[in-house]
Design a protein. Structure first.
Length: 358
């Protein structure tokens, strides 16, 4: 097994530590810890190690699933990793169909111990090529993978599209894995994949929509056999979810949830308007995203997105993410606008100055 270097993380390692402003993060700004009760009691493992049964039942109910169809994880990253291990090391096969561009882990991990066929989004509007997915599915396909809303484009594929992909998976006795970590930043979230039927699997966390990245708390919801195998693998990774994470997650998904999501959605709407105006002022283009990140065209005067983003980092001390980190998209860069408003305005001003002085 050989896994590719994580390009986005290596890029951040090169520039983020020294930069003044991070304008490439795809999630909402972090909430202060003092908003929550931080005393979970005795600092032991979460027992059972798949998560508190009553809390798993509460989360499962959101998907019309049982507690035994939920596994708590250390973020969405582990949820996806364990799900791939569960599916691609089973009787289902070792082939994955992945809709791209997407977060690198969603194709690099299955590619490390299986085979991946990538099906690109349609470039005009970043819609899903459903016919291409149908053509890519094989007898040994274990899973079809979708990130929705999409990273890096920010496009939210509608319920009809996701249902089509689910039906394709079900017809071929395979699973639809949908990474839904940005889903609740949408004003009107669609039905999660795990609620569509036995072949649907949803992964998510409290990182991107709730502003709680430091909790490292996520989950996978799906078929009980798949979740059971994922739990078996988890015994060899993080053993149990974070005790602090589970403790705060109960509050974030309980009495504080409506306020948190309302605040974060309003921030996303306001900041999207600010960035849209900046994009128009500089003659750039994007497909208006859901959430707090989008995929923007590179300004004139730069060879490609990598050159542009390096110049911005080195001259303006602002981090952006070049499109090649998500696939063959050298003429696009990812911008994140979930940070605090003053930082966002300062970051846009600095990047604008680089463009204007070119």
């Amino acid at each position: 097994m050989d896994v590719s270097p994580f390009g986005l993380e290596r890029w951040f390692a090169e520039y983020e530590h020294e930069a003044d402003i991070m304008l490439a993060e795809s999630g909402i700004r972090s909430l202060p810890a003092d908003r929550f009760d931080l005393d979970p009691g005795k600092l032991g493992y979460v027992i059972p190690t798949n998560g508190d049964p009553e809390f798993r039942a509460d989360v499962g109910a959101r998907y019309d699933r049982s507690a035994d169809e939920v596994l708590f994880t250390v973020g969405t990253q582990e949820a996806n990793f364990l799900t791939f291990l569960s599916l691609l090391h089973s009787e289902h096969g070792d082939h994955a169909v992945v809709v791209t561009p997407t977060y690198q882990a969603l194709h690099a991990v299955p590619e490390a111990f299986g085979e991946v066929t990538r099906v690109p989004l349609n470039r005009g509007d970043w819609s899903v090529d459903v016919a291409g997915v149908r053509k890519a599915i094989r007898d040994d396909t274990a899973v079809v993978v979708l990130n929705n809303p999409n990273n890096p484009t920010g496009v939210y594929h509608d319920e009809e599209t996701v249902q089509e992909l689910y039906d394709l998976a079900a017809e071929n006795d395979t699973y639809l894995l949908c990474d839904e970590v940005y889903r609740l930043l949408a004003d009107e979230p669609i039905t999660p994949a795990a609620a569509l039927g036995e072949y649907g699997i949803s992964t998510t966390s409290l990182t991107k929509a709730y502003g709680l990245a430091g909790l490292r708390f996520g989950w996978v919801v799906g078929d009980e056999d798949v979740v059971e195998r994922a739990w078996r693998w988890k015994d060899y990774t993080s053993i149990s979810p974070s005790l602090f994470g589970q403790h705060v997650a109960k509050q974030a998904l309980g009495e504080q949830e409506d306020d948190i999501l309302s605040e974060n959605r309003e921030l996303a709407r306001e900041h999207k308007r600010i960035v849209a105006d900046w994009i128009n002022d500089h003659g750039l283009d994007w497909e208006v995203p859901t959430g707090v990140s989008g995929f923007v065209t590179v300004p004139d005067g730069f060879e490609d997105a990598e050159e542009f983003c390096r110049v911005v980092a080195e001259e303006a001390s602002v981090v952006l993410a070049p499109g090649h980190l998500f696939g063959p998209y050298e003429n696009r860069f990812r911008i994140g606008f979930g940070l605090r408003k003053e930082e966002l305005r300062d970051g846009l001003r600095r990047v604008g100055a680089v463009i204007e002085n070119r």
